[in-house]
Design a protein around this ligand. Structure first.
Ligand SMILES: Cc1ncc(COP(=O)(O)O)c(C=O)c1O
Length: 1008
């Protein structure tokens, strides 16, 4: 029938709705495949109006009503749309349309929330909640019996073979995919027919799922119009097919859905066995329907809605090995992921193989496990394994020097997999493959390898890529009804000679030799020995390193090869759980020490602009300006270690390290700042600076900026309104005077001339001090106010403020603890951005690149005034180790042109953020200089948005980007990464920000 003739207009819908409701305020179209659906607003309440097609089948409308009544009669733990009666008291009524055709009309309660299709992020907990709701619905419908549920229905998966009659609607490529799944589906028909059946919802597509945006969980699955009596597992397959569309890794998205469903409604193993195919079959039905309907009703747009994503998913789904999906589903339901593993464990349990049976030439008296795990000090700095052979030289030395068998690695999280081949895209950012799936026997090249069991050659290939296996042999074994494979990686090229697929191999036969580093993928010679219970379609290799998230599945497909040898030293080490560590910390470390993130990170390694957690996952660090030249910069590490080996004392001896460092550091300052004192922290530096100011002026009163932070000692807290006016603070001390934060964006003065107006407050404060018969000792300020929210000081402020202070005899202190050492790009020191000359400059964090080192530089006059006879002794300040480190930091900034990098990358990032701001006005202000930037989040009335800022920072962590939040209103994202932060890092950050800004909590706030 022509679509136009059956369509219901908004005017008609309004008329019908008025039969149900005394007031109809608004009415709008909703998508619908069979019925014509409308959203009706009446006062505070919303409803859904459903008008049938003229060719409706009354029986099925009654069936749906009975189903909803069944749910109403049960105390179900989920929402479903209740039936609304019309003014005559009927749940269903007739309507004669403009063409005189009879329609059936129903009105249902509207369930508040967002459609799954529109809701982002699609988090793991959202997927889990979807599965759980689906399982609860299955439970509720188990005892719903209705004759009409048993029907022949195109959308019933059990009936899915009808699609085989329409292959002509597809292109050749499309047909190939459809036929691939149809064949699989045909092959399972017998077992599939035996699976449990019930009435199922059968249509949990993305427009039938309502999300409760308040808690990010599924509120309801609506529209029971497709309910049918069929295999229960179909219902899960249907919701999977839609929910995982448009995801980077559909299987990853599917796992929590299966888990949630299984928890509400326990699935059987045989049901999981067909789930992969059923998901595909739902998509096959969908694309077939679309293709047919497109021909019939070309103007009906809804029919096309899910066609593109369905095809995308079908293609991706086909690339996933069926068994792998099966193992993942099993894992999600708590079954042994790879069922063959049970038989393998049984087979190896009662037998013993010696290492000599594998490596007959290995001479050893003891077994030594080689720990090259992520936190291993044996591995040490990243310079040992990135672009260098140091680690491998050390390993080789180790195994040639003593008589122990060097072995290990199963389940070990390792840092050494550094090529892009180990980086996989996941639904949120990347995940690195880090967990080793085999056992490594570290033996010299040329060592013979024997077959430990009879078998045949299954794979024989040179995987000649950097950090790959190099020459690889895979044997297939059949034992006691069990088929398993053994993989031998990093062999010599000769090992592959005279091998052919299917060649029979006898137990004890020599099969290979360990290869040299030049052929084996670039590793210290060793044998990678791995057991594989299912090759998952691979023929020449199989991953030897898994992502942490897939470890539960891969460790079942590739069980521990030590099951053969039973080497006691190789047993997995017991380590404290995350919860135990967290608990210990809570009990025994001071409560005021905060821990970042709702789920804290266990960081074990640093590398350049990355911090790496215990699972070997790399986090792009935009927070730690302390690691100025990059985390664990190899040269800085080396400088500290080599000086530590030589001498560490205090400043009471003449030592070149301190003198040369002092000279080099002074060269970065104007000549007026010529005297140094070395200390251990920024707090100590500011503490000393204030003592100097007081000694110089003979006064006690200090001026500081509102929301400034200058350190954790008492004197520092006393000038840090960020602290004394914050939580637990005791208010402003008597000798402290706070002037307003010179924030030209949201402060008390904005725009042109704001600098002078703010500076005037400095003048007023001084006059106020003087009116009490005292005078000012000094003024302390950062050149960009960090804790205040990366506030750029307005033009002229610092110059004028310094003028007022000096006129009153006070001292000007520039706190460069955060912003110094080239970070601001345009200058080496932040105060230079303002054309001022401080009397004292304090330095901290970056100067030691993570080592506790800080310094105070001042004018000769200030230094003289401070040297009043009392010795300034500091046990550690200026010790030779710290100074060696400081020197290397200065040298590295220069050698690696880090100030220039800060300028270039900083400007690129700032400009790009300004572009993003045009699209997302929630980014109310982008500010800062170089690699010291801030993003302030506000609504259109410039009201701060702290929740959204916090949300953004936490979501960035999910994308493996570390960000921090600051500012008096906790609405400023700070960006102050190690100075090696690159354009590519900036691009990744921008990309992720762009994605998260579209998510519900942010999109709602910015109207996107
Ligand atoms: C501006 C400023 N000054 C001083 C300090 C204190 O430095 P530290 O923590 O090294 O004592 C900090 C620390 O965050 C700071 O941000």
């Amino acid at each position: 029938m022509e679509f136009e003739k059956i369509q219901i207009t908004l005017i008609e819908a309004h008329k019908i709705a008025s039969e149900y409701l005394s007031v109809v305020d608004e009415i709008s179209f909703l998508p619908g495949e069979i019925d014509f659906n409308f959203k009706v607003k009446s006062g505070e309440n919303n409803f859904i109006l459903k008008v049938s097609r003229p060719d409706f089948d009354l029986k099925y409308l009654d069936f749906q009503n009975e189903l909803l009544q069944h749910l109403e009669s049960k105390n179900v733990p989920f929402l479903f749309p209740k039936i609304i009666k019309n003014q005559a008291g009927d749940g269903q009524m007739d309507y004669l349309d403009a063409n005189g055709q009879l329609r059936k009309v129903r009105m249902l309660e509207w369930i508040e929330g967002d459609l799954f299709s529109d809701y982002f992020p699609k988090s793991e907990s959202l997927y889990y909640s979807l599965g759980k709701k689906g399982g609860e619905i299955t439970n509720a419908l188990l005892d719903f019996k209705h004759q009409l549920a048993i029907r022949t229905f195109d959308w019933d998966l059990a009936n899915g073979l009808w699609t085989a009659n329409h292959l002509d609607v597809f292109t050749e490529n499309e047909r190939e995919i459809v036929v691939y799944f149809l064949e699989k589906f045909k092959n399972i028909q017998k077992d599939y027919a035996q699976l449990r059946k019930s009435t199922i919802h059968n249509d949990a597509n993305e427009n039938n799922i309502v999300v409760n945006s308040k808690n990010g969980e599924i509120a309801a699955i609506i529209d029971y119009g497709d309910a049918v009596y069929s295999q229960i597992i179909n219902d899960l397959a249907v919701s999977l097919a839609y929910a995982i569309m448009d995801t980077e890794q559909p299987l990853q998205a599917a796992i929590p859905i299966v888990k949630g469903y299984h928890e509400a409604f326990p699935l059987q193993e045989k049901e999981l066995e067909v789930l992969y195919i059923l998901v595909a079959m739902r998509l096959v039905i969908s694309v077939t329907k679309s293709a047919i309907n497109k021909q019939k009703e070309p103007e009906n747009k809804y029919l096309l809605v899910s066609e593109r994503p369905a095809w995308d998913l079908l293609k991706k789904w086909k690339d996933i090995p069926e068994n792998f999906a099966f193992y993942c589903f099993r894992s999600a339901c708590g079954f042994e992921p790879c069922p063959q593993n049970l038989a393998f464990q049984e087979y190896t349990k009662n037998n013993l193989w010696t290492v000599k049976e594998l490596l007959p030439e290995a001479e050893f008296w003891e077994v030594e496990t080689l720990d090259i795990s992520i936190s291993s000090k044996y591995v040490g700095n990243y310079a040992n394994y990135i672009g260098s052979d140091k680690l491998y030289e050390k390993i080789v030395e180790n195994y040639t020097q003593n008589g122990s068998l060097l072995v290990g690695g199963y389940g070990e999280v390792r840092p050494v997999y550094t090529t892009d081949a180990f980086k996989t895209r996941v639904n949120e950012g990347f995940e690195h493959r880090t967990v080793h799936l085999g056992v490594d026997f570290w033996q010299k090249a040329g060592t013979s390898i024997l077959a430990i069991e009879d078998g045949e050659v299954f794979g024989c290939f040179d995987n000649a890529h950097p950090k790959d296996y190099g020459p690889t042999l895979i044997l297939k074994h059949k034992k006691e009804g069990l088929v398993f494979y053994t993989l031998y990686g990093h062999l010599s090229r000769e090992s592959l000679k005279e091998k052919y697929i299917g060649k029979k191999i006898k137990k004890g036969e020599k099969i290979a030799e360990i290869g040299e580093e030049i052929v084996n993928g670039g590793w210290a010679p060793h044998l990678h020995f791995q057991v594989i219970l299912d090759m998952l379609g691979h023929e020449t290799d199989f991953i030897g390193v898994s992502t942490p998230s897939l470890w539960p599945v891969y460790s079942s497909i590739c069980p521990d090869p030590n099951a053969f040898f039973k080497i006691s030293e190789l047993k997995q080490k017991e380590s404290k759980t995350f919860a135990e560590n967290l608990n210990f910390r809570k009990q025994h470390l001071g409560k005021s020490l905060s821990l970042s993130y709702e789920k804290p990170l266990n960081i074990v390694r640093g590398q350049g602009q990355f911090l790496i957690d215990d699972a070997g996952q790399k986090y792009l660090d935009t927070v730690n300006n302390v690691a100025h030249v990059g985390h664990e910069h190899p040269k800085v590490v080396e400088a500290g270690a080599s000086q530590m080996a030589l001498l560490n004392t205090n400043t009471r001896y003449l030592n070149d390290e301190i003198l040369v460092f002092a000279e080099e550091l002074l060269q970065t300052f104007p000549p007026e700042l010529s005297v140094l004192h070395f200390v251990n922290s920024g707090s100590e530096a500011n503490e000393l600076a204030m003592r100097m100011a007081k000694a110089f002026s003979g006064q006690k009163d200090m001026l500081a900026l509102e929301v400034g932070y200058h350190g954790n000692t008492q004197a520092c807290i006393d000038v840090s309104s960020y602290k004394f006016n914050g939580k637990g603070g005791a208010g402003c001390p008597e000798h402290t005077h706070i002037v307003p934060l010179p924030d030209a964006f949201r402060g008390i003065y904005r725009g042109k001339g704001a600098g002078s107006k703010y500076a005037k407050h400095v003048k007023d404060a001084i006059e106020n001090i003087q009116s009490n018969g005292r005078n000012v000792a000094g003024f302390i300020a950062e050149s960009i106010v960090s804790c205040g929210g990366q506030i750029d000081l307005p033009d002229g402020f610092l110059k004028e403020a310094y003028g007022y202070i000096r006129a009153a005899g006070g001292v000007c202190i520039a706190d460069e603890v955060q912003v110094g050492f080239g970070r601001v790009g345009k200058a080496f020191w932040g105060f230079q951005l303002h054309g001022v000359m401080p009397d004292i400059v304090t330095m901290g964090k970056p100067i030691g690149n993570g080592h506790p080192l800080a310094a105070v530089v001042c004018t000769r006059e200030v230094a003289e005034a401070f040297a009043n006879g009392m010795e300034y002794f500091n046990t550690f300040g200026g010790n030779p180790v710290s100074c060696a480190i400081g020197r290397q930091v200065l040298a590295t900034i220069k050698e690696e042109k880090m100030q220039e990098n800060a300028l270039e990358v900083g400007e690129y990032l700032k400009n790009s953020l300004n572009e993003l701001q045009k699209e997302f006005p929630i980014f109310a202000d982008i500010r800062g200089e170089g690699l010291f930037l801030g993003i302030e989040l506000c609504d259109e009335n410039l009201q701060p948005l702290p929740d959204q800022t916090n949300y953004l920072a936490n979501r960035m962590k999910d994308f493996k980007i570390l960000m921090s939040v600051d500012g008096p209103d906790h609405n400023v994202l700070k960006i102050k990464p190690p100075m090696c932060f690159s354009i590519a890092d900036a691009d990744y950050l921008l990309d992720c920000l762009g994605k998260v800004l579209l998510e519900y909590p942010l999109a709602k706030a910015s109207g996107n």
